[in-house]
Write a protein that binds this ligand. Structure first.
Ligand code: SAM
Length: 295
């Protein structure tokens, strides 16, 4: 029996067919995604964007995700744009991206920033993932240096497909660069893979969030990462506050990809490419106590 024949024919067919079904779904559902995300009465009237503009915009950012390899879906970027369009233009603040790899998400974030007239600050080592810390359950020594995108490559991608004039790049390990961050932040996107990297990003950026500023995370399929946003001890210790919670913990916010989790089950056709988010003013604290009524 040849090696090729060792793989069942149905599995081979699935391997070809399923990505095709998934891609076709993303392309065909684009107009519906635009209507569902942008037909929004909370959108601030100062942003003069029509449905037609948003359709063209959505198509452009969808095309970018096909041009540059990236782990985030265009629907996730549209969800970020929808939230930014709710923020009054008078609220001062930048958008921050932590973890950009080849710049696939940076390209789209730069276009979104252009739409809402904001600047984008991009933090990355541009040397790939850092060395694993012993306490980090998701970091392995072999991963060091993986997902490396050189600064020049990222900048070239943004120049070709995005808007480089919106971007500032801050190169280095988060532990060294993020403590020097000063600008108010209306939205940040954390796609940093390791627990240690998520921890240091939240610690350093949360204080700079505007009162209704957003944190989006890509690590939502791992519920131990999500637990950070529900950890009473973490939020008490570092911010003397209640945890903010996380919309989309475990499966991501519902963007039509039909992914129901858990991650280990590796779905055939569904895309686990959503996003999860929280906001500075959210509160997710279970402090209810049932007390029998006195007679
Ligand atoms: C999964 S990739 C980002 C993917 C990108 N957002 C996309 O969708 O195409 C993770 C990135 O985080 C960066 N990174 C992770 N931990 C870091 C740290 N402690 N300091 C600096 N960069 C870090 C890596 O260099 C890598 O570029």
């Amino acid at each position: 029996m040849t090696k090729r024949n060792a793989v069942p024919r149905s599995a081979r067919r699935n391997r070809i067919l399923m990505p095709w079904v998934r891609d076709a779904y993303h392309a065909l559902s684009l107009p519906a995604a635009v209507v569902f995300l942008f037909y929004n009465r909370r959108r601030h009237p100062a942003y003069k964007v029509t449905m037609r503009t948003m359709l063209r915009f959505a198509f452009r950012i969808y095309r970018n995700t096909r041009r540059i390899q990236t782990g985030i879906s265009y629907q996730a970027h549209l969800a970020m744009a929808a939230k930014l369009l709710e923020i009054p233009p008078t609220t001062k603040g930048v958008v921050v991206e932590c973890g950009c790899w080849l710049g696939g998400s940076t390209v789209n974030l730069s276009l979104i920033c252009d739409l809402v007239d904001r600047d984008l600050i991009v933090y990355d080592s541009f040397e790939g993932l850092p060395a694993a810390e012993p306490n980090d359950r998701h970091a392995t020594p072999e991963a060091k240096g993986m997902l490396r995108g050189d600064l020049a490559v990222v900048q070239e991608n943004v120049r070709r497909y995005g808007n480089i004039d919106r971007c500032t790049f801050r190169k280095g390990w988060f532990e060294q660069t993020l403590p020097d961050h000063t600008e108010p932040v209306v939205l940040c996107v954390l796609d940093v893979d390791f627990q240690a990297s998520l921890h240091v990003s939240v610690l350093n950026l949360w204080p700079h969030l505007t009162p209704r500023g957003y944190v989006f995370i890509d690590e939502y399929v791992f519920i131990d990462y999500c637990a950070l946003f529900f950890s009473e001890s973490f939020w008490k210790k570092h911010f003397d506050a209640a945890p903010p919670g996380l919309y989309g913990a475990g499966t991501g916010i519902p963007l039509g990809q039909y992914y129901v989790g858990p991650y280990e089950e590796r779905p055939l056709v569904q895309d686990q490419r959503s996003i999860a988010y929280t906001r500075k003013d959210f509160r997710a604290l279970w402090d209810y106590e049932h007390r029998p009524t006195e007679t």
